[in-house]
Ligand binder design. Structure first.
Ligand SMILES: Cc1ncc(COP(=O)(O)O)c(C=O)c1O
Length: 420
């Protein structure tokens, strides 16, 4: 029986060498996506920029890979910014996002000299102005706006609606307060706007609608304030394959029509085409990762279902419990065997909701088998917890048959290291 091969590596051998649960992430595939960004966006359109949304998967190795491919970075907390700095990421290529930045994080962003702060509320704007002025700096900012478009994705990852915790509503009364205030501040330089309509989008419809909305905004602030938008950040959100017929679209499927729409709208409204920035996260790393587990139990409930239990679950992948995410899997020991048994893959946590995959046809999994769950590169390692005191998994980076440990497995000692 053939073993599952991932990026030229035998998945069963990886499980044996590094233990399970194990995140396996292909450096080659991540570089492939970053190069697609370079070739099909940065190389094709002048005056553009690209950021990797590092919330999807942030480790020092991933940061170094992104930096080496010439792509910038979206960070969303002091911790992500600190790690970026430790990895030697060029700070002028870092954008600091977040809907509730602390005063300390705002000061940190100014001190580190990040390229842009993406401002989400008035309090943050005022704090940033004070922090930058005190340090004799001028922080370059974008306003995150809520374009009021509904994207067809799970409610928890839909972010561009009017009723959202993210972004500034475009109601004139609210928007005027922000733009007017920023233009009068010494410590900030307003460059433009940002939107992020949602995540795991397989259609470009919401992005295109949002372009129409921000183009109207750009025309209005030019008319009202004489302010010409210099930069527009179109967010990320491009979907990947998790299950069934879903297929990741090439980057060009999103960026080409957005650029065409934007150019046409700017020409029609007599606006200068701003610098355009995109910031995908999941699309860069999602399909580049798999998670390997060891099957620990099998329990058949007659006329109901068969459960198999694995040695991880909700703590290493909270997405199924958080928003019903659906995954595909394979028994790595018998990848080519017929999928002749329908089972439900349960995690090992004390939560009935800790189910990784419901009713999936697999190759008759048995205790001791290695189970591979696909497309776990994004929002798995970065969302992992220690619930039930489970040590977080190790991470191995692969590259065409080569593999190396990138993040070591947590130990029981690590679990109590902070406790006094
Ligand atoms: C502001 C912003 N940019 C980019 C992203 C990345 O989204 P995705 O991983 O879907 O590309 C997110 C995700 O939450 C976000 O909030």
């Amino acid at each position: 029986m053939a073993h599952l091969s991932f990026d030229g590596c035998d998945a069963v051998a990886l499980a044996k060498e590094y233990g399970t649960p194990l995140y396996v992430v292909s450096e080659r595939m991540i570089r492939g996506r970053l190069r697609e960004i370079r070739d099909d966006f940065l190389g094709r359109y002048p005056n553009t920029g690209a950021l990797y949304a590092s919330k999807a998967l942030q480790t020092l190795d991933i940061l170094r890979i992104v930096a080496s491919e010439g792509v910038g970075l979206d960070v969303v907390s002091g911790g992500e910014l600190f790690a970026a700095s430790k990895a030697g990421f060029p700070m002028d290529r870092v954008y600091f996002h977040g809907n509730s930045k602390t005063d300390a994080e705002i000061r940190m962003a100014v001190e580190y000299g990040v390229g842009r702060v993406v401002v989400d509320n008035l309090h943050e704007l005022e704090t940033l102005n004070r922090a930058a002025t005190a340090l004799g700096r001028r922080a370059k900012i974008l306003f995150r706006v809520a374009p009021g478009v509904d994207s067809h994705t799970h409610e928890y990852i839909s972010t561009g609606r009017l009723d959202s915790k993210f972004g500034i509503p475009l109601d004139r009364r609210v928007r005027d307060a922000y733009v007017g205030a920023a233009l009068g501040m010494e410590g900030v330089e307003l460059l433009g706007f940002h939107f992020h309509v949602g995540s795991q989008l397989l259609s470009n419809e919401s992005h295109l609608k949002a372009i129409g909305v921000v183009c109207s905004l750009m025309a209005e602030v030019k008319a009202d304030y004489g302010f010409e938008t210099a930069e527009l950040n179109l967010g990320g959100g491009y979907g990947v394959h998790y299950h069934g017929d879903e297929r990741a679209k090439p980057l060009s499927y999103f960026v080409d029509p957005m650029m065409a729409e934007l150019s046409a709208a700017c020409a029609a409204a007599n606006l200068r085409l701003p610098r355009v920035v995109v910031e995908p996260g999941r699309w860069v790393v999602g399909e580049a990762g798999i998670t390997l587990y060891t099957v620990g139990s099998k329990k058949a409930i007659p006329d109901v279902k068969t459960y198999i239990g694995v040695d991880g679950g909700l703590p290493d992948n909270p997405r199924p419990a958080l928003y019903g995410a659906v995954y595909e899997a394979s028994v790595a020991d018998r990848h080519d065997a017929p999928r002749d048994e329908v089972v439900t893959v349960a995690g090992k946590c004390c939560e009935s909701g800790d189910i990784l995959i419901r009713d999936v046809a697999l190759q008759s999994p048995e205790p001791g088998d290695v189970l591979a769950v696909f497309t776990t590169g994004a929002y798995n390692h970065s969302m992992a917890s220690n619930y039930n005191r489970l040590p977080r998994p190790a991470m191995v980076l692969t590259d065409s048959g080569e593999h190396r440990l990138s993040v070591r497995r947590e130990t029981f000692e690590d679990l109590i290291a902070r406790e006094l």
